[in-house]
Design a protein around this ligand. Structure first.
Ligand SMILES: Nc1ncnc2c1ncn2[C@@H]1O[C@H](COP(=O)(O)OP(=O)(O)OP(=O)(O)O)[C@@H](O)[C@H]1O
Ligand SMILES: [Mg+2]
Length: 361
């Protein structure tokens, strides 16, 4: 499946813009402030219901307009799917699949998986563990059918236990504790093998992108110290949890720890190396999805050249081409992309003051 038709209306400076994307590489070029990132943001909105640049819809909606709309047609060998998202200034969200309203984002997210590599990509390594949990969980969402129900069950139990702890309603190891421990172990047992698969592919891909990353290693941290069970940890930590009013250990504290030759990657890698490592993480995610029979995600690459020298930018393009994914890349100058991307299907779009025009098919 790939995203073929895209309609973007009243998203920042884009009004009634129609694009026909190719199944391979799509280059979006234009000057600063022309609307390149907004095109990626619109695709991301169609996939996740939200923007990667803002947590609320308001900054995304064109000034003075009440709502913004993105529609897309996905085409596969024998199937076609129409997706639509409209976000209102009031906060209301309308989601449609094949013209029918749907209540949950799950259907959109599973129909159009996207992977973003933008200028803040290195946050995935240097930022909070939550970002790495989200990376792991978004992979889980696509490859493990039991994941979503399991994740919801654990977080419901966790909310209840935390509320009980805050209100002083938990005096001993209660049913809430047992539910957190039980569902937490199940969630963690689902995460671990996927984390291992990501880790193996990540190490291989990172080395291919740059020999300087050859000592890199990604390891799964479940969110409590093993070999203890979560039940043991919750029992031992109960008094402290009660005095602090929240559950300190469990899968909600899970992490993926990245080291390079034994040292924390966040402390030793340069900006360019961090970006390459993030590309390797995202490519590993795509590989795991394909291995598990899920169609590969669409890669959204904003400002490809930033922080990368020519040979490394070319290596990233080579890797993306190999994944077989549809890729949408932005750059200020056309030559930048064409000198790095070799062969394959290519489409080029120029953006000027919010107007998108195809340069050639
Ligand atoms: N809510 C909004 N309504 C109207 N225009 C907006 C809104 N938010 C941002 N803009 C404008 O939309 C334009 C699109 O910005 P975008 O970030 O997509 O540009 P870009 O082509 O990626 O630029 P750069 O090369 O600097 O990254 C900018 O000119 C910005 O000022
Ligand atoms: Mg931009």
């Amino acid at each position: 499946m790939h995203l073929e038709r895209l309609y973007i209306d009243r998203v920042r400076n884009l009004t009634e813009q129609r694009l026909t994307l190719g199944p391979g590489a799509n280059f979006v070029v234009g000057g600063n402030g022309s609307g390149k990132t907004t095109i990626l943001e619109a695709i991301s909105l169609l996939s996740t219901g939200r923007s990667f640049r803002t947590s609320t819809a308001r900054p995304l909606i064109q000034h003075t307009q009440p709502a913004c709309t993105v529609q897309g047609r996905l085409v596969g060998e024998a199937v076609q799917k129409e997706l639509g998202v409209r976000r209102h200034r009031s906060g209301e969200v309308e989601l449609r699949v094949n013209g029918i309203s749907v209540a949950s984002l799950v259907e959109l997210a599973s129909a159009l998986p996207t992977v973003l590599i933008d200028t803040s990509a290195s946050d995935l390594i240097v930022g909070q563990p939550e970002l790495r949990r989200r990376y792991l969980d978004s992979t889980m969402f696509h490859v493990e059918q039991r994941f979503l129900a399991c994740w919801r069950r654990y977080h419901k139990a966790l909310r209840q236990r935390n509320a009980g702890l805050r209100r002083g309603m938990i005096s001993g190891y209660s049913a809430w504790c047992a539910e957190v421990a039980g569902s937490g172990e199940v969630l963690s047992a689902l995460r671990e093998p996927v984390a291992q698969q990501l880790s193996q592919r990540f190490a291989r891909t990172a080395t291919t992108l740059s020999p300087s990353l050859s000592g890199v290693d990604l390891s799964f941290r479940p969110g409590w110290s093993r070999p203890d069970t979560l039940e043991q940890v919750l029992r031992v930590g109960l008094d402290t949890d009660r005095s602090q009013g929240y559950t300190r250990a469990g899968p909600h504290r899970a992490d993926l720890r990245m080291v390079v030759n034994g040292r924390a990657a966040s402390e030793v890698l340069s900006r360019g190396q961090l970006k390459l490592a993030v590309v390797a993480l995202k490519a590993a995610q795509a590989e795991v999805m394909v291995d598990m029979g899920v169609s590969p995600p669409v890669f959204l690459v904003d400002d490809l050249g930033s922080e990368l020298d020519g040979p490394h930018a070319a290596a990233v393009c080579g890797l993306l081409a190999q994944t077989g994914s549809q890729v949408v890349l932005t750059a200020v100058a056309e030559q930048e992309l064409q000198q790095y991307w070799r062969g394959g299907d290519q489409c080029l779009f120029h953006v000027e003051q919010g107007c998108v025009s195809p340069a050639r098919g």
